[in-house]
Ligand binder design. Structure first.
Ligand SMILES: NC(=O)c1ccc[n+]([C@@H]2O[C@H](COP(=O)([O-])OP(=O)(O)OC[C@H]3O[C@@H](n4cnc5c(N)ncnc54)[C@H](OP(=O)(O)O)[C@@H]3O)[C@@H](O)[C@H]2O)c1
Length: 368
């Protein structure tokens, strides 16, 4: 029986990955993290014969031998934030000859993973970064829409969450760049955008409705201008379902941008507690959209939007679906690719959403 080790396996997203893989019963799943008691609690709660708990620190010097001891075939790394992390975990997986899949949303981390390409090929493993909403699902959606275009001119996409806050790592990841500058490909040139600024109102189909969105720094901003060249504009925005949370984050971005505050990071644990306290007053719906503008086969301007709408607080399952889909394929030996790469071109939208069958998720496609 092959083994999947989920680092951060009792975290917000890791736990969902564990539950989905363990349900297969065809593989052994190790719930791993720094706290063995928390790992054991997940094993007890899910209660499968193929589940195991392990104390494992991503920074441990014996990570390679621990992964070998656990018999890891695939490691799913959910222990973010990935902003500022090095590739020690991915390198340990290569050394232990285990495939590596992470949920990273950190631009530099995901876009730089190719640095491990040669060692990964040498050890016959696949190292994949960003097997999550971005860039795995977002790029799969653009790939899906691409045949309708002779030229893609712009890609504008975004995500709005419900009121349920994610885990600490995910919040640290996205709030770490509040008010901070980053490069955005707009009108055929790299321009400076600021995290959580450029506030925009967007109407999503039912059940989501109108939401505030703001600029976010994701791997897509760097990957898409190359992959979909000669695209002239790539913009990604995200937002939270609670208007008060959204507007206060936007306000804080001006304090950071103006130099009155260095970073919102020290406030993240407090902000998460506040978000948990008011969660019950907010929406259980969330959504994702991908809008592509360009020219059709007859060189006529067209626009297509793909929507993903989630109800009943099922949206937080979405960031896990690509990693589950890829891990299952790797465990079944169905992936021929080897080397290290961002998670683009490895999964289709159908493969990703098939993992979410039974959840309150639906897609729509509109022509604008
Ligand atoms: N790409 C995308 O579209 C996308 C979307 C959403 C989320 N994400 C990513 O998902 C990640 C996880 O988010 P989350 O909401 O699940 O966060 P979370 O609930 O805080 O989970 C992180 C887990 O990692 C564990 N951990 C932390 N440091 C560790 C270490 N040194 N060794 C082993 N385990 C460690 C934590 O447990 P202990 O502290 O007890 O060890 C915790 O269980 C985020 O970092 C974010 O980048 C990506």
């Amino acid at each position: 029986m092959r083994s999947a080790v989920v680092l951060g396996g009792y975290g917000n997203f890791g736990r969902r990955v564990v539950a989905a893989l363990a349900a297969d019963r065809s593989c052994r799943v190790v719930v791993a993290g720094r706290d063995l008691q928390k790992a054991r609690a997940v094993v007890d709660e899910l209660g499968g014969p193929n589940l195991e708990a392990a104390a494992l620190d991503c920074h441990a010097t014996n990570l390679v031998s621990e992964l070998q001891r656990l018999g890891a075939s695939v490691v799913i790394h959910t222990a973010g934030p990935f902003q500022g992390q090095d590739y020690a975990v991915a390198q340990a997986c290569i050394d232990a000859r285990a495939h590596y899949v992470d949920l990273a949303d950190a631009r530099a981390y995901v876009c730089g993973i190719g640095a491990l390409d040669e060692p990964a090929r040498r050890n016959d493993v696949l190292v994949v970064s960003g097997a999550s909403s971005v860039p795995a699902l977002s790029s799969a959606v653009v790939d899906l829409l691409q045949p309708q275009f002779s030229t893609i001119e712009s890609i504008e996409h975004g995500i709005t969450s419900g009121a349920k806050p994610p885990g600490l790592a995910a919040m640290e990841g996205v709030l770490g760049y509040v008010g901070k500058p980053f490069a955005q490909w707009r009108d055929g040139a790299w321009r400076t955008a600021y995290g959580w600024q450029d506030l925009t109102r967007k109407r999503y189909p039912w059940p989501v409705g109108r939401r505030w969105l703001a600029n976010c720094d994701v791997p897509d901003l760097e990957l898409f201008p190359q992959r979909y060249a000669p695209v002239r504009t790539v913009v990604f925005r995200a937002g939270v379902g609670m208007t008060v949370g959204m507007l206060s984050t936007w306000a804080a971005s001006w304090f950071v941008r103006g130099g009155l505050m260095r970073s919102l990071l020290p406030w993240v644990p407090t902000l998460r507690k506040a978000a948990l306290a008011i969660e019950r007053f907010g929406s259980k719906s969330s959504g994702m959209h991908v809008t592509v503008h360009g020219l059709d086969a007859k060189a006529q301007p067209i626009a297509r939007t793909w929507w993903l709408l989630a109800g009943n607080d099922h949206g937080p399952h979405v960031p896990c679906l690509p990693s589950i889909a890829l891990a299952r394929k790797l465990l079944r030996d169905e992936v021929r690719a080897r080397g290290a790469m961002p998670c683009v071109g490895l999964l289709t939208v159908d493969e990703i959403l098939a993992v979410g069958r039974g959840l309150d998720l639906r897609t729509e496609a509109t022509a604008d």
